[in-house]
Design a protein around this ligand. Structure first.
Ligand code: NAP
Length: 309
């Protein structure tokens, strides 16, 4: 039987792995369908303290993994299919069989919502990105027109942030009213570098043949009119979906599926802890995910100690 099973190998899961390994708990870590998490989808991480020259997202995750393994974490690439939390030990079924464990740290992260265009997929990391904070300062975007897709707080925040780098920032929104908070709306609407393109959807990202972003094809949903807009980057900010479906009916979640944790990282099931983007709908940064992974590991360690006393 395992002491602790960590589900997820993003920043939160690997930090939890490092801390529980150093507590001699010999954690088993399941990488799941997206090993390394969202960080591996960004090019350079420039905002994690300690890396003044930035670091490639994938390399960063690999280093965290190596560090956790050095202290005894065991990482497998199994994907969880089923969890049973109503019994002790907990039972987790993956492709490799059933695992029994005294405690679980859920660090399954969140997935960026995608527009669903083939060109979006092909040009990801070649001008299409899902994180302005991570990628906005890259040289390829400097002093060039940029596009943000979405009308919520994320899109407004990304657009405001990108005005530091781009020559102009176009916000493409499918309606004529923003979903974001009033203060963020006001800030974005009065920013002279931001231009809103209302009632419009992106129908194609250009130019797959050139293997880089040169513009977007747009359609006005009211008039049906099509046009193209030149840009060097497309920042898609149409929301995130926490990867928590697996725990439906067992762990408490808010209406959008984010885990609800109390007293630190405790879920409603004693012995099950939540960390990272599957819990956090506000900050969603590598450093905050790592911090909550650390907190979950400490909470877990205390829980396991309490079982023995
Ligand atoms: P969100 O509020 O769900 O907004 C998503 C936006 O994307 C909406 O405007 C939506 O359009 C649009 N959208 C969704 N699917 C689309 C599609 N397929 N094609 C085109 N557009 C699409 O998500 P979010 O902006 O990530 O915010 C999530 C939560 O985090 C919110 O509660 C937000 O307040 C919070 N947040 C807060 C801050 C902050 O306070 N600093 C920053 C970021 C996020 P419709 O409006 O038509 O639905």
């Amino acid at each position: 039987m395992e002491n602790v099973l960590i589900i997820g190998t993003g920043c939160a899961g690997l930090t939890a792995a490092l801390y529980t390994a150093r507590a001699n708990l010999s954690p088993l870590v399941l990488a799941g369908a997206a090993p390394g998490g969202l960080l591996t989808t960004t090019s350079i991480v420039e905002n994690f303290p300690g890396f003044p020259d930035g670091i490639d997202g994938t390399e960063f995750v690999m280093r965290m993994q190596k560090q956790a393994e050095k202290f005894g974490a065991r990482i497998t690439y199994d994907t969880v299919e089923k969890v049973e939390l109503s019994q002790r030990p907990f039972r987790v079924t993956g492709g490799d069989g059933i695992i029994e464990t005294k405690a679980i740290i859920v660090a399954t992260g969140a997935s960026h919502r995608h527009l669903g265009l083939e060109s979006e997929r092909v040009l990801e990391r070649k001008g299409v990105t899902y994180c302005a904070t991570c990628d906005g300062a890259l040289p390829m975007f400097r002093n060039k027109p940029l596009v943000v897709v979405g009308g919520g707080d994320s899109a407004l925040e990304e657009a405001s942030y990108l005005t530091r780098f781009g020559s102009r920032v176009y916000v493409i929104h499918r309606r004529d009213a923003l979903r974001g908070s009033k203060i963020m709306q006001e800030r974005a609407l009065k920013n002279p570098k931001i231009e809103f393109v209302w009632n419009s959807v992106v129908t194609n990202v250009l130019d797959v043949k050139q293997e880089r972003v040169t513009g977007v094809a747009l359609k006005d949903v009211k008039t049906g009119q099509a046009r193209t807009l030149e840009c060097a980057g497309v920042f898609i900010a149409i929301g995130h979906a926490p990867n928590t479906r697996l725990f439906g009916g067992q762990l408490k979640m808010d209406p959008d599926g984010y885990l609800i944790c109390q007293q630190g990282t405790a879920t409603n099931v004693p012995g099950v802890f939540g960390a990272g983007d599957c819990v956090d709908r506000t900050y969603r940064q590598a450093i905050t995910a790592a911090g909550s992974g650390c907190a979950a590991a400490i909470d877990c360690e205390r829980y396991l100690a309490s079982l023995e006393s």
